[in-house]
Each structure stands twice: as structure tokens, then as C-alpha cells.
Design a protein around this ligand. Structure first.
Ligand SMILES: *[C@@H]1O[C@H](CO)[C@@H](O)[C@H](O)[C@H]1NC(C)=O
Ligand SMILES: *[C@@H]1O[C@H](CO)[C@@H](O)[C@H](O)[C@H]1NC(C)=O
Length: 240
């Protein structure tokens, strides 16, 4: 609890230094969402995941929500099982693409957003002040446990949606934000089309993760529980 309060206090201090105007550089924005030419200046942080060969970056979403888990019995020899996730995806890409500080911000904003997310008003102020408050859509799992990224709020139709499947994974870097209670950061992932993806997108990278890991065992855990997390979802598709 003390660590959590400290994290929030530190982040609150950094908030004071944020620009308060919605357009701090006086340039017009936003640009149309999903225009494949608009994100050309963004470079995905390097990782050991397979590269997006031949694909174009279409969206960068900041996901803030929960990773869900189940524990069959509250035992210290049982291990929590993943039970999907639910997150709101905020439009990071449009704003970051015109931000000369983007490279620096990409590495820190998942942890900052997670630390602010227990205080809805503060999170909203942060997202608005930085130009990240527009919602792209949601990340959820279908009843068949297909990880889905549905950018329902992106106009015009067809809705960009990736029905994903995990193709590759890597442990989050050691300096990742471990979460509100030091749970650890969920792995980085490379997800490819599971069939039926629409709207010009077919590939998702979950990177820059913060929090979301379950405890090592089911000791004293409920049958279902959630762990708060944030991550960046870099969403790609074919050029045309
Ligand atoms: C995950 O937990 C959230 C509560 O944070 C819940 O609304 C959602 O339905 C859960 N999703 C799954 C797949 O269990
Ligand atoms: C994983 O992605 C690569 C492309 O990076 C693809 O060639 C391969 O078929 C995919 N594997 C699975 C199991 O989807």
C-alpha cells in the first residue's frame, strides 16, 4: 500500500509538469484515425518478437484494464490460469506520431497510465492533457477465448478488428513497470490473424506492458480474480 501511494505521488508530481493545453505545440490535430499514412514516423520498440514484415502500422492503442485469472482451489500448489482480459484502447498513435518526444514517452507511459488508473479523474486529466483520450475500441476475449481487438469507435466502417492468436511471446524487459502491487508485467506478445479479422488490420503486438501478472500460486486466491494492467497494442495490416 505504501509503495502504491508512493508511485501515485511520484506520478502526480510528474503530472504537474505536463502541458495543460490540448495542443501544446499549436499544431492542428487530430489527423484522421486509421489513415495508414499517418503513423509513418513511429518506430516500434525493439524486441525479440518477429518483425511486422510487409505490414503497415495502422493504430497504436493504450490498453488499460484487467487481466483475468481463475483458481480452481485456493491452494499453494495450484497455479492461476489465464481467463482472458478486458481493456479500453485509447488512441496513442495519432498524437505520438507528431510528438518529437515520442520515443522517450513510449517507454514510460504504460506504467504512468497504470499508476493513475486507480484514480479515474486523474487518469482522464492525464489522457486529455496529452491528447490520448480518444477511445479506439476494446480488447476482450470471445466466449471461445479468442483475443479480440475491436476498434468500434473508429469511423467510417468497416470496423478494424483483429481476431487474434498468439504466435510468439517474450518476457517483459526487466525494467518494466511491475504494477500497482508489484505483481510483475505480463509478457510481450505477437498475435496474428485467427481468421475473420476485418477493416485492414490483421496483426497485433502487445508491448510496453505494465502489471497484470497473477500471483505465483492460488494460495488464498478467489476462484476468479483480476489484476490491473496497461499495455500498448501496436496494430498492423496490409498496405492496401
Ligand atoms: C474480465 O474481468 C472483467 C472485470 O474486470 C469482466 O468485466 C470481464 O467480463 C472479464 N472477462 C473475461 C473474459 O472473463
Ligand atoms: C507465426 O507468424 C509467422 C509470420 O511472422 C507465420 O509465418 C507463421 O505461420 C505463424 N505461425 C502460427 C502458428 O500462426
Amino acid at each position: 500500500m505504501f509503495a502504491k501511494t508512493l508511485t501515485v505521488a511520484l506520478c502526480a508530481i510528474s503530472l504537474l509538469t505536463l502541458p495543460t493545453s490540448a495542443s501544446p505545440w499549436g499544431k492542428p490535430w487530430p489527423k484522421p484515425r486509421g489513415d495508414p499514412t499517418t503513423l509513418s514516423r513511429l518506430v516500434m520498440p525493439s524486441s525479440t518478437l518477429p518483425p511486422p514484415t510487409g505490414l503497415v502500422l495502422k493504430f497504436v492503442g493504450l490498453g488499460i484494464g484487467t487481466q483475468n485469472y481463475t483458481c480452481a482451489t485456493p491452494s499453494s500448489i495450484a497455479v492461476p490460469a489465464s481467463d482472458g482480459a478486458l481493456a479500453t484502447l485509447y488512441d496513442l498513435g495519432t498524437r505520438l506520431n507528431t510528438d518529437p518526444m515520442a520515443t522517450w514517452k513510449i517507454g514510460s507511459l504504460s506504467g504512468l497510465a497504470l499508476s493513475l488508473s486507480s484514480y479515474t479523474n486523474i487518469l482522464d486529466v492525464y489522457l486529455q492533457s496529452q491528447g490520448y483520450s480518444r477511445v479506439l475500441g476494446k480488447h476482450f476475449f470471445t466466449s471461445a477465448m479468442v483475443p479480440t481487438f475491436s476498434l468500434l469507435d473508429v469511423l467510417p466502417p468497416p470496423i478494424p478488428q483483429v481476431n487474434g492468436k498468439k504466435n510468439a511471446t517474450m518476457a517483459a524487459p526487466a525494467n518494466s513497470c511491475p504494477g500497482q502491487d508489484n505483481e510483475g508485467a505480463v509478457p510481450w506478445l505477437y498475435l496474428t490473424d485467427n481468421g475473420g479479422s476485418t477493416g485492414g488490420v490483421n496483426t497485433v503486438y502487445r508491448i510496453e506492458t505494465a502489471g497484470g501478472q497473477p500471483p505465483a500460486t492460488c494460495d488464498e486466491m478467489d476462484a476468479t480474480f483480476t489484476v490491473p494492467y496497461a499495455a500498448q497494442y501496436w496494430i498492423y495490416g496490409p498496405a492496401s
